[in-house]
Design a protein around this ligand. Structure first.
Ligand SMILES: Cc1ncc(C[n+]2csc(CCOP(=O)(O)OP(=O)(O)O)c2C)c(N)n1
Ligand SMILES: [Mg+2]
Length: 706
């Protein structure tokens, strides 16, 4: 059933402009209709804003989507992806009409939500609401930093804007509050966001749940706020002018109509269902679109849109000239800028990584990590980051640097504030911007507050860095004691997490993380002092890069030990200490350090068999975290000393003892395993619980046993 509507169109639009806008609309609703899935309402409502911004303001070069000084555009409300795909096609990016027709199909360039590193011109992956909002803040922070570092009097080689369109959902999400607060504090004047204020979300009118005064909210954060009609070209244009003039970040609250021109305009029905053939027809008729043929694009309209190619080439050419002048005066800086934008590491950056020996004394992971970070900061000027208010606790404060702030964008210690979710989103946005290598840090337990951006980093094949300290389950109590976080990270595809055993493994983990080009690196550290192991000296760099390696083996084992102890992080030194005790019982023991599961999985079977010989069934994993998943490496006859409950508020000594992280329990557990393996009639699945239920023997799944 279709409703008759008055002829729909924008205020102050001439015929050419109206056709250009309606072309976005027609392509968007056709894409959704063809896929029989997607979101037509947002593109219909946002088309006029997108037109003015892309046609008149956005500095970009469709034929070189990676031009360093382009403006960044983010469609934070990623569900309206057909809007962005239509814009990319119309302005001449590497996206064809056939690609639009392939919306939401297998391996197409036009997935349901925009994906970075998948479709040329998509600046960040959006869809989980609020993320794009935060990523944009990161991009503006990166721009401000690079401008402060590289620009010289008369040479503005870094000078671009970050634009976004966000929806009700984006602004309802908590992360937008965190991000807007930081952006206001940092006075990121080149951040210009449109709020698609259409009063509709999935469950109906936003009145049912979202009655904030959004304008006043953003004013309170220190933003410049304007209210406009999002279907009036003059108002959109003027608002952009004003936003450029104002030194604060800008929010342009644009009253729009979801599903504009369709029979379901202003209704939640326009949000996420195809309009149907009748709805598409009625919409095109109502908009006065010249043809009902699906994916029809008027030749004149396309020509008009494609002027973006010529304009883009000119803009980049102008910048190239500026950059050439810069290069002739500042050749070193120019080369450095190019190196950094290309994501290349400087020669020899890892040549003098800090090393640690048993004689250098006990040191906590976070402290050895800080030493490495201070070294890396000197070698890698692109390294920039900080913590969510835990800089000294996390060991991420670089004492040789000063704080990044509204008057010191060139500095590299960022104070993210207690805003972990946004910290993740900012780090992702900075990384996607390029020219910087960002990191963010907090306690391991609060990884839970930033899972979405870390996941998106992995999905987007980018390489930001994350530091999580306080990996212990005691002292602060169960609220602060991580148990399942580490195992959770290992499950995220395309993610590398490291839990180093000592200073040398910390340095090796950092090296490995820095070398990654297409996946995030995560380092898990403790606050408790740990010995530097003689066994890691000279071995850690190569060993850590393989994910797991043999640290120590009883004399005479000849590659065929009776038992293998596999440990990570702080438990490696426990394994090393347990070895002589087990040897006294006549056992040949191997200790394997496995700081990076995911890297070990990637090694050749032959290497994995070398480290964990298939013939050795007596394997004990020791890790102060959830035992879930260790079956993969210990097999059905192996055991795990882990934690299958929440942590405790008690001292480390008492807690480690109670939970069985001590030499006695390691020896006892191995003894039980041995007895069990000898008793061949015993059921393999039997569980032997230690006094606190943290130890399990047997029952492991052998599905991926090495
Ligand atoms: C974090 C997150 N939660 C939920 C969703 C599912 N979802 C997609 S759009 C949307 C809200 C739609 O309202 P709005 O943001 O105003 O978009 P509009 O309907 O105006 O296009 C929701 C809940 C999501 N994409 N991300
Ligand atoms: Mg809405």
């Amino acid at each position: 059933m279709t409703t008759m509507l008055a002829r729909a169109g924008e205020q102050h639009a001439n015929e050419t402009e109206q056709l250009a806008i309606n072309t976005i609309r027609a392509l968007s609703i056709d894409g959704v209709q063809q896929a029989n899935s997607g979101h037509p309402g947002a593109p219909l409502g946002q088309a006029a804003i997108a037109y003015v911004l892309w046609h008149k303001y956005l500095h970009h070069n469709p034929r070189n989507p990676k031009w360093a000084d382009r403006d960044r555009f983010i469609l934070s409300s990623g569900h309206g992806s057909m809007l962005l795909y239509s814009l990319l096609y119309l302005t001449g990016y590497d996206l064809s009409l056939d690609d639009l027709k392939a919306f939401r199909t297998w391996e197409s360039k036009t997935p349901g939500h925009p994906e970075f590193n998948h479709t040329a011109g998509v600046e960040t992956t959006t869809g989980p609401l609020g993320q794009g909002f935060s990523n944009g803040v990161g991009m503006a922070m990166a721009e401000a930093h690079l401008a402060a570092v590289f620009n010289k009097a008369g040479h503005e080689v870094v000078n671009h804007y970050t634009y976004a369109i966000c929806s009700d959902g984006d602004l309802e999400e908590g992360i937008s509050h965190e991000a807007a607060s930081l952006a206001g504090h940092l006075k990121l004047g080149k951040l210009i966001y449109f709020y698609d204020d259409n009063h509709i979300s999935i469950e109906g009118d936003t009145d049912i749940t979202f009655t904030d005064d959004t304008g006043r909210r953003f004013e309170a954060y220190g933003w410049h706020v304007q209210h406009i009609d999002g279907h009036d070209l003059e108002e959109i244009d003027n608002a952009l002018e004003e936003a450029h003039k104002d030194a604060r970040p800008s929010l342009i609250i644009a009253r729009t109509h979801i599903g504009f021109g369709s029979p379901v305009q202003d209704s939640d029905k326009a949000h996420g269902s195809p309009l149907g053939p009748d709805g598409v027809k009625a919409t095109k008729e109502n908009l006065g679109y010249p043809s009902l043929e699906p994916f029809y694009v008027d030749e004149g309209a396309l020509k008009d849109w494609r002027t973006a190619v010529e304009k883009g080439a000119q803009l980049e050419q102008g910048w190239n000239e500026k950059f050439a002048a810069y290069r002739s005066e500042y050749p070193h800086e120019a080369a450095e800028f190019e190196r950094r934008m290309a994501g290349k590491l400087p020669e020899g950056w890892a040549n003098d990584l800090p090393t640690f020996t048993p004689e250098s004394g006990e040191i906590a992971g976070r402290d050895s990590s800080n030493k490495v970070l201070v070294y890396l900061s000197a070698k890698l000027p692109e390294l920039i980051g900080g913590s969510a208010d835990l800089g000294t606790s996390n060991g991420t404060y670089v004492k040789t640097e000063l704080s990044y702030g509204p008057d010191s964008y060139q500095k590299r210690n960022i104070h993210f504030g207690v805003r972990e979710h946004n910290m993740g989103g900012v780090v992702v946005g900075m990384s996607e911007h390029g020219g910087v290598r960002p990191f963010g840090a907090t306690f391991l337990i609060f990884y839970d507050y930033m899972r979405p951006p870390v996941r998106l980093a992995a999905l987007s094949r980018i390489n930001p860095l994350f530091v999580y300290t306080h990996d212990s389950f005691y002292e602060d109590g169960p609220t602060h004691g991580p148990v399942e976080q580490l195992m959770g990270m290992r499950m995220v595809p395309n993610t590398l997490s490291f839990r180093p055993a000592d200073g040398n493994e910390v340095a090796a983990s950092w090296k490995c993380m820095i070398e990654q080009t297409a996946r995030p690196g995560i380092i898990i550290l403790g606050r408790q002092k740990l010995p530097n192991l003689a066994e890691t000296v000279g071995k850690a760099i190569e060993g850590v890069a393989k994910g797991a390696y043999v640290l120590s083996e009883s004399e005479g084992a000849n590659g065929n030990p009776d038992v293998v102890l596999i440990a990570t992080g702080s438990e490696v030194s426990l394994a090393i200490k347990s070895k002589p005790e087990l040897e006294q019982q006549g056992l040949k023991v191997r200790v394997v350090s496995m700081p990076a599961w995911n890297l070990f999985e990637e090694q050749e079977q032959s290497y994995r068999d070398q480290v964990l010989p298939p013939s050795v069934k007596l394997r004990l994993a020791i890790e102060a975290g959830s035992p879930f998943g260790w079956e993969r490496w210990v097999g059905s006859e192996g055991g795990v000393i882990g934690i299958n409950r929440f942590g405790v508020s008690a001292s480390s000594t008492v807690s480690m003892e109670k939970f069985g992280f001590n030499v006695d329990n390691v020896v006892q557990t191995v003894t039980k395993m041995l007895a069990k393996s000898k008793d061949t009639n015993n059921k393999a699945q039997e569980q032997v619980q230690s006094q606190d239920g943290s130890t399990s023997v047997g029952g492991a799944d052998t599905s991926r046993d090495s």
